[in-house]
Design a protein around this ligand. Structure first.
Ligand code: ADP
Ligand code: MG
Length: 251
């Protein structure tokens, strides 16, 4: 099955997604209760919501890391739930990138080697892989750290390496779970800009779970996950209507 032909024109479409966990004590936790979401190519969407509201659960389902109880997740024309384990793994490898708060870099390797790793795993020629990795490192402002072992880099620098590594394969869908964690504002902003610019330039899609308002506001849309469903953010509506008034149009 090929995915590349579906790039650009098809988005991510989620309909009536449900997920319930059962606690060790036998209690049912209805995390997602009929959640729907559409993301267009080139668009980044921030998902905000209280801790425990189901943001990570949603990202895991979108990436095929866990199974839905009910509902549909379509990327392009591909229905995630109907894929075999092999197809799902292939989709994750070829078109989906994850950015987590904890970045799992390979400590023995340099920054550029870490970023090149997904390409080397795909058996790309080493020189070409390293060249592409350097371009990505420059995008996140780390060109002068390329040949440092990642263990010598600060937490913020390591997270930027992780973002560069996620983007080096030009994924169609980026799933970022609290990607800026406890990083300071300037670094968070760098990471946010890199993710949002990437989605625009490559007609990718980003779904970013975050508590960070600045990061969320860099995204094209902000949705709140509450009681198992997504709601348009009041903040965003206020911002939009202020913007419309500024332009002298009727809201
Ligand atoms: P968030 O990322 O918004 O903080 P999560 O998606 O991690 O929220 O968790 C949502 C709820 O689902 C929480 O109550 C959490 O305890 C529960 N949960 C998540 N994963 C599991 C699991 N594998 N088994 C049981 N409960 C889970
Ligand atoms: Mg979470």
């Amino acid at each position: 099955m090929t995915w590349s032909s579906q790039k650009i024109t098809e988005g991510l479409h989620v309909f009536d997604l449900r997920k319930t966990f059962v606690s060790p004590a036998g209690q049912r936790i209805e995390v997602l209760r009929g959640l729907s979401l559409s993301v267009q190519p080139g668009e980044s969407v921030a998902i905000m919501g209280a801790s425990g509201s189901g943001k990570s659960t949603l990202l895991h389902l979108l990436g095929g890391l866990d199974e839905t109880d009910h509902g549909s997740i379509r990327i392009g024309q591909c229905e995630i739930g109907s894929l075999s384990a092999t197809q799902s793994a292939y989709l994750r490898q070829s078109d989906i990138a994850f950015v987590f708060q904890f970045h799992y870099l390979l400590g023995d390797l340099t920054a550029v080697e870490n970023v090149a790793m997904p390409l080397l795993i795909r058996r790309l020629n080493r020189r070409e892989a390293l060249d592409r990795a350097e371009v990505l490192l420059a995008d996140v402002g780390l060109e002068d750290r390329a040949n440092h072992p990642v263990t010598h880099l600060s937490g913020g620098e390591q997270q930027r390496v992780a973002v560069a590594r996620a983007l080096v394969t030009e994924p169609q869908l980026i799933l970022a779970d609290e990607p800026t964690g406890n990083l300071d504002a300037a670094i968070s902003d760098d990471i946010a800009r890199t993710l949002v610019n990437y989605t625009r330039r490559h007609s990718g899609m980003a779904v970013v779970a975050t508590h960070n308002r600045d990061l969320a506001h860099r995204c094209d849309r902000i949705l709140n996950l509450q009681e198992g469903r997504l709601h348009e953010s009041i903040h965003e509506l206020e911002q939009r209507s202020a913007h419309t008034r500024h332009l002298g149009k009727r809201p």
